[in-house]
Design a protein around this ligand. Structure first.
Ligand SMILES: Nc1nc2c(c(=O)[nH]1)N[C@H]1C(S)=C(S)[C@@H](COP(=O)(O)OP(=O)(O)OC[C@H]3O[C@@H](n4cnc5c(=O)[nH]c(N)nc54)[C@H](O)[C@@H]3O)O[C@H]1N2
Ligand SMILES: Nc1nc2c(c(=O)[nH]1)N[C@H]1C(S)=C(S)[C@@H](COP(=O)(O)OP(=O)(O)OC[C@H]3O[C@@H](n4cnc5c(=O)[nH]c(N)nc54)[C@H](O)[C@@H]3O)O[C@H]1N2
Ligand code: SF4
Ligand SMILES: [Mo]
Length: 726
């Protein structure tokens, strides 16, 4: 939508914030006659963006035009060892080269490694640095599939919860944000809405003005919890017990919706038998909540209509996280809350967007690779293991795969975000590992690269995007020319494909062509994707955002799972999972199992404190953390290690002391902050760049590679530590 503003000297371009956030805001970028972006604002016509941007992206031009941007391809200078580089000194470690030199050298080396050790010795590593359909995974997927590189199982964020939701409902759909205004009870369960999902907040506030209550369930008193009517401060990792305890009370008191349960669900009697075990007294002992709190919460939840649960991904980052998400998501099925506008639940709306992914990602190209079969799968949450263990049992593919000899990182900063960071770094430091990083800034990961390539920001390339927190398809237009020699992910992998010698025509596709492929446009110019039937390229370009058709039919409210069949194997909402029962290795019903790292476990004798290595409100995972403007905003909230006086005093720790926090995996130092934001026995820290943290190490030195009960995802929030004065 490159519409001209009244003042002809400026253009306003519609783009989409591509950061890993549920809100996927529509963004209007004002570009001056010199081609420089001078202003960014939230699209006022977008029903969820509502004209405002979060604090992080309101200052986005600081990031785009930051003097710290990487603008040219770089090669590590001979003799400079891999490892952490002091902040600001990165340029000295690398020499500027041309794109031609970089692409030729990288293509040659990938070819050599692939020929010598087998193509599976090449490991791509990416996540959601950009959520654009093309930027997240398109030409890169084609390239690595055709090469025969290891497949990456992208589990680091949402797999435990995602699989849990799909077991119960078949598809990730949920209550639309706009309908939260009709709710009378909003429960934020392991979601920090005010910090991480701020465009839901105005709808919550509207509902509250109309009499709704807000309950937040979180071990940490977040901004969201502080603003709630009731903060239920559950102990980490015990949500499955709480949800089953709620079911116990609901069924004991006959508060379930029997007609809905009969018509819509599968396995009710088995679930009822399970819930009977979860008496309020037992649940109280696990969760640290009083019996009265549990009783009151259950009664309020089951008797207030409409009631909606906004989960986010906090609950599922613990060992029992899959079961916890399953149990929580069953609550609206028990009470029939899906039938009411403003009732139900939302974990993610991503299942609504059915892009033409086979064409975009071309998994069939794996059969054209030298392997002639799908490559092995490596779990991104086990990166430390993958890089340090030779010929080990990796992923679901062949057990004995080759050692990883090439690591290609883009859209991610594993040096800071991956668990068990000491192993990750030991791996990245290997002299025989060839590492390429495509980035916008010198991160904790570029410090280990042989080649660093400059990446564009979302202002500098074209893309198309869905969302995991709303139902709008959006077109993101390139607003400005790439800075320096920055290039998009699509461009990079299309160039590499040619240099490696791949001749399939799909490697010549442009971004524009790939956007049309993603939309799967028919001869009439309209999309063939479900829910996108009235979307054409032109209409999307003109309007910027279009709501998926099935969420707005005949002006009727969109009430997912309110009636009819559900896309699970039984066609019903599954309280009892026949699939899990058939697989035989998992409980077909949700249950609370105390995490191996929790106050209930053997390990707590040595490491008695539960550690929450949380996200920062003013960063996006580790994105933005290198910018002074964002660090200043974040400095207003607590930094360091938050601990309660009850835990600090017996250890002789006072506010402001430097403390050592450790477990078997490693040790970090932080400043102690005496705080009542956490319950006793819990300490909290924040995700930051390792190179900005004391000793050059961040919280992920302490987190483990133990995986969740479902989805093989990381267990960041099931971490035990001990703390002492340094
Ligand atoms: N400002 C900002 N916004 C972000 C991000 C960011 O880093 N900063 N990250 C983005 C990404 S990648 C994602 S996935 C989303 C995630 O959004 P959220 O799911 O909201 O993410 P978290 O902050 O991981 O977890 C939410 C809350 O869960 C709490 N929690 C931890 N353990 C438990 C538990 O056992 N039970 C319960 N009930 N709560 C628990 C944490 O204290 C935290 O406040 O946010 C996105 N938005
Ligand atoms: N302790 C702890 N660890 C965590 C979490 C936590 O809450 N606590 N959260 C976890 C979660 S939920 C997630 S999702 C992961 C996130 O982990 P990552 O996906 O690694 O997230 P970021 O740290 O934001 O790093 C994304 C990088 O992508 C780059 N980038 C952005 N756009 C582009 C582009 O177009 N092209 C290329 N090539 N690069 C681009 C950015 O500059 C940035 O450095 O971290 C996980 N790690
Ligand atoms: S980070 Fe989230 S809230 Fe902020 S502008 Fe981007 S999509 Fe919107
Ligand atoms: Mo995430």
């Amino acid at each position: 939508m490159a519409t001209s503003a009244a003042n002809q000297a400026f253009r306003i371009v519609h783009s989409v914030c591509s950061h890993d956030c549920p809100d996927s805001c529509g963004v209007l970028v004002t570009v001056d006659s010199e081609g420089r972006a001078v202003k960014m604002q939230g699209d006022p016509s977008h029903p969820v963006t509502q004209g405002f941007l979060c604090g992080k992206v309101a200052k986005y031009l600081d990031r785009v035009y930051s003097p710290q941007r990487i603008l040219y391809p770089l090669r590590r200078k001979p003799g400079v060892a891999k490892g952490q580089l002091p902040k600001g000194s990165e340029h000295e470690a690398f020499a500027r080269i041309s794109w031609d030199e970089a692409l030729d050298a990288i293509a040659r080396r990938l070819g050599e490694i692939s020929n010598t050790y087998g193509p599976e010795s090449v490991l791509p590593y990416s996540y959601a640095g950009t959520m654009g359909v093309l930027g997240y995974g398109s030409m890169d997927r084609r390239f690595f599939h055709r090469l025969g590189a290891s497949q990456l199982d992208r589990t680091i964020c949402a797999e435990a919860g995602g699989q849990a939701w799909k077991l119960v409902y078949g598809k990730k759909l949920g209550t639309p944000n706009q309908d939260f205004v009709h709710s009378k009870l909003i429960v934020c369960w392991g979601g920090n809405v005010h910090g991480n999902n701020v465009h839901l907040w105005p709808f919550i506030e509207q509902a509250r003005r109309d009499g709704a209550r807000l309950i937040v369930i979180d071990p940490y008193r977040t901004r969201t919890a502080a603003l709630a009517d009731w903060h239920i401060q559950v102990r980490p990792g015990t949500d499955a017990a709480l949800a089953l305890g709620l079911m116990h009370i609901i069924l004991r008191d006959g508060l379930e919706d029997r007609a809905y349960v009969k018509e819509m669900t599968h396995g009710f009697s088995k679930l009822a038998a399970r819930a009977a075990e979860y008496t309020p007294e037992r649940v109280s002992a696990w969760t640290g909540l009083s019996v009265t709190e549990i009783e009151q919460f259950a009664c309020e939840y089951a008797t207030t209509k409409p009631a909606v649960i906004r989960m986010n991904y906090g609950v599922q980052r613990s060992e029992n996280g899959g079961a916890a998400v399953r149990a929580i998501t069953m609550l609206p099925a028990l009470t029939g809350a899906w039938q009411h506008r403003g009732g139900g639940a939302q974990l993610s709306t991503s299942g609504a967007f059915q892009w033409n992914s086979k064409t975009i990602e071309r998994p069939d190209l794996m059969l054209a690779s030298p392997l002639k079969r799908p490559a092995r799968v490596v779990n991104m949450s086990l990166l430390g293991h993958a890089l340090t263990s030779l010929g080990s049992q990796l992923g679901e593919g062949p057990d004995e795969g080759p050692r990883v000899h090439a690591l290609f990182v883009y859209n991610s900063n594993p040096g800071a975000v991956a668990p068990n960071q000491n192993d990750v770094r030991r791996g990245m430091q290997r002299g025989d590992l060839f590492t390429v990083v495509h980035e916008q800034f010198f991160t904790d990961t570029t410090d280990y690269a042989d080649y660093v390539l400059p990446a564009t920001t979302f202002l500098e390339h074209d893309d198309i995007q869905g969302a995991y927190g709303h139902y709008f398809v959006q077109r993101s237009h390139k607003a400005i020319e790439p800075l320096g020699e920055a290039r998009s992910n699509v461009w990079l992998f299309s160039q590499l494909a040619r240099r490696v010698g791949f001749t399939e025509p799909c490697f010549n596709d442009t971004a524009e062509e790939m956007i049309r492929q993603a939309l799967n446009l028919g001869e009439d110019g309209l999309s063939r994707n479900p829910g996108m039937e009235d979307i054409s390229d032109e209409r999307l370009a003109a309007e910027g955002h279009i709501q998926l058709s099935f969420t707005r039919e005949n002006g009727k409210p969109f009430l997912p799972f309110s009636h009819g069949s559900v896309p699970t194997p039984t066609g019903k909402i599954e309280f009892y999972s026949e699939a899990l029962a058939a697989a035989g290795n998992a409980d077909p019903l949700p249950a609370f199992v105390p995490p191996v790292e929790s106050r209930f476990s053997e390990a707590a004798k040595q490491y008695p404190l539960e550690f929450l290595p949380r996200k920062a409100d003013n960063f996006m995972n580790t994105t933005f953390a290198n910018l002074d403007s964002h660090r200043r905003m974040e400095a207003r909230t607590e930094h360091g290690l938050e601990m309660r006086a009850e835990d600090a005093v017996p250890r002789g720790i006072a506010d402001g002391d430097t403390v050592r926090i450790w477990n078997d995996r490693g040790s970090i130092e932080l400043t102690a902050r005496i705080s009542d934001r956490i319950p006793a026995g819990v300490v909290a820290g924040k995700l930051d760049w390792a190179k900005f943290s004391p000793g050059g190490q961040n919280v992920n030195v302490l987190t483990s590679e133990r995986l969740t009960d479902l989805g093989r995802a990381p267990t960041f929030y099931s971490t035990l530590v001990e703390v002492a004065k340094a």
